[in-house]
Design a protein. Sequence first.
Length: 93
Amino acid sequence: MGLFTILDEAVAALKAPLGADDRAQGWTDDLRRELQEEISVNRSVLRRHGTGMARHLRPRLDEWMDHEGVRPGRLRDLVSDVQRSLVEARTTT
């Protein structure tokens, strides 16, 4: 799966309202919006300026979720995939 596909999927998932399972895993509406915005900004930078800009991004999405106490689940897995993909893009560009 490509970088932009992962970013697009994460943004779409984080735009949707939280379900009961998401809330039980520690997600709040504010955290969902903040992470969606952060991923959207990164996606826009990469689309506008090319994937070479990935080396300038410093994603810390996992740390953010850890700090907020988010437990494993669907959204955390998706955001972790974004983190991994951005880190990989930094090393391959």
